[in-house]
Design a binder for this molecule. Structure first.
Ligand code: NAP
Length: 502
């Protein structure tokens, strides 16, 4: 564990003590990319350079996989008991708590998250994932099987080997933790490739995991471009499992490549959730939920609720309330603890959102509120936007906008609400706002989604599994269920018959 920088009292995202700029973390060592390449990291709140990181080459990927392979094969990690690995994850949890501010500042500056959300959502949830899997280390057991004849059968679990953890730009710390904590608990070693635009918290986590006691080579970080490195990492013969979170298109491409090389693969992909608002709901609570569901993380949330379905008698009332309320949601300066809506994470994301809304307007959508970019400090800001009178098959309705944009459609019956909710290729999250719990159960059972929230949104917890159906992916992250993605079973069968072996 050489060259590990030391902590400072007042760390910031660009603090050279938080992570050494321009360096990869491979085999327990910080070093430059083989060709010395670097790439700029931009602050979404200002559009200016925040810092730079190493731009890895495929040779660096090879080095990271080789380090992870050697660490796995040496047994330095897989040879520990699950409980011992859990204790190291528990230390990581404690270090994350101690460094909440350092992690939150990095995540806020790099992704453009309002600082309060970075603290209470991103760092808090990520730390709790480490805590949850650390505690699971005390409870994971194999099993003994009842058999029909004279045998003794026990089933033990084993790690898979080298895990490639590939994560998207929107929740770098949480989405890496959902993979890395269970992967490490199971005894795997990891090569983490964070999103090209938002790698800073991954570099801080390299330091935290090292200080917690994760041995050299067990956790490695390669920063750089997914377009240049992704296929090489996914197809690498020494990678045993790929845990991918990102878009449906790139996920499908990576899954095909993993299939060719017969790797285990989990896919957490795009979403386009419906939020069904029945007329009997408590409207005050429901409006808060509706707004939070589409502006949280500036709409860059795979489980956002960008499709609001409103029971017809309250359709215009709800549009009126949204038009009045949204201009008052605290917007702008991400360093202000009151701010709720920050910038989009990149200029690319801003242009994508603006273009989709322009096309929706041209197609006849009614702009209830918003619908424009906001000039503010050079950052990538877009108004929270509500669009009504949208065709059920409009692009803005059926595709993932990934911005602070809500479409609103009326419905007349429960059956119609369910039909509209299920009418996209995605199936990640969904929500029902109603005072009628029997109706909530009835409707939830028919929604095609990995998670359904009743009278709330984004109520996530380390113990709760989540994942997609249809084009939103397969496999589950979170909860004890995630362990199945990072372990395989090995059945040991004893013949207890006397005499010749059978
Ligand atoms: P993305 O463009 O698909 O990128 C995801 C990751 O894949 C990034 O690290 C990217 O690297 C990398 N990548 C690019 N090309 C690759 C290749 N050929 N092989 C392997 N990896 C490659 O997604 P994004 O724009 O960052 O994130 C937004 C998407 O993620 C949305 O669709 C959202 O719904 C989804 N998402 C899903 C979940 C979930 O839990 N289901 C959670 C969050 C986000 P670069 O960044 O360097 O290109």
């Amino acid at each position: 564990m050489t060259d590990t920088p030391t902590a400072t009292d007042t760390p910031t995202a660009t603090d050279t003590a938080a992570f050494p700029p321009g360096q990869l973390f491979i085999g327990g060592t910080w070093r430059e990319a083989f060709d010395g390449g670097r790439m700029d990291i931009t602050a979404p709140a200002t559009g200016t350079k925040l810092t730079d990181v190493a731009k890895a080459t495929t040779a660096d990927v090879d080095a990271a996989v080789a380090a992870a392979r050697a660490a796995f094969d040496s047994g330095i990690w897989s040879g520990l008991t699950t409980r011992e690995r859990g204790r190291i994850l528990q230390r990581a949890y404690q270090l994350m708590r101690e460094r909440t501010e350092e992690l939150a500042q990095a995540e806020s500056a790099n992704v453009g998250k309002p600082i309060t959300f970075a603290r209470v959502v991103d760092v808090n949830n990520a730390a709790e994932l480490y805590e949850f899997y650390a505690s699971l280390g005390h409870h994971l057991d194999g099993s003994v099987r009842e058999t029909t004849n004279t045998k003794h059968v026990y089933v033990k679990t084993e790690p898979l080997g080298v895990v490639a953890a590939i994560t998207p730009f929107n929740f770098p710390l949480i989405l890496s933790s959902t993979k890395i904590a269970p992967a490490l608990l199971a005894g795997n070693t990891v090569v983490h490739k964070p999103a090209g635009d938002t790698p800073l918290s991954a570099l801080i986590m390299a330091r935290i995991l090292t200080e917690a006691g994760v041995p050299d080579g067990v956790f490695n970080v390669v920063t750089g471009s997914g377009a240049e490195l992704g296929d090489h990492l996914v197809g690498h013969p020494d990678v045993d499992k790929v845990a991918f979170t990102g878009s449906t298109e790139i996920g499908a491409h990576a899954a095909a490549l993993a299939g060719k090389t017969l790797k285990s693969f989990t896919a957490e992909l795009g979403g386009n959730a419906a939020n069904i608002l029945f007329a009997d709901a408590d409207l005050n609570t429901a409006i808060h939920t509706v707004i939070g569901a589409f502006v949280f993380n500036t709409g860059q949330f795979c489980m956002a609720g960008p499709r609001l379905l409103v029971e017809r008698p309250i359709y215009e009332v709800v549009l009126g309330i949204l038009a009045d309320a949204l201009p008052h949601v605290p917007f702008g300066d991400i360093t202000n603890p009151e701010t709720v809506i920050g910038p989009l994470a990149s200029a690319t994301q801003l242009e994508k959102v603006a273009a989709i809304v322009e096309r929706a307007k041209k197609a006849g959508a009614r702009v209830v509120t918003g619908g424009e970019k906001v000039e503010l400090n050079g950052g990538f800001y877009y108004q929270p936007t509500v669009l009504a009178d949208v065709a059920p098959d409009a692009e803005v309705v059926i595709e993932e906008t990934f911005g602070p944009v809500l479409t609103v459609q009326p419905f007349d019956t429960e059956e119609e609400a369910i039909q509209i909710a299920n009418s996209t290729r995605y199936g990640l999250a969904s929500g029902i706002q109603t005072a009628d719990l029997a109706k909530a159960h009835r409707v939830a059972a028919q929604l095609e989604a990995g998670i359904t929230w009743i009278n709330g949104w984004a109520l996530l917890d380390a113990a709760t599994p989540f994942g997609g159906v249809k084009n939103s992916g397969w496999g589950r992250e979170g909860g004890a269920e995630a362990m199945a993605s990072y372990q395989r079973s090995h059945s040991i069968v004893f013949n207890l018959e006397q005499g010749p072996a059978q």
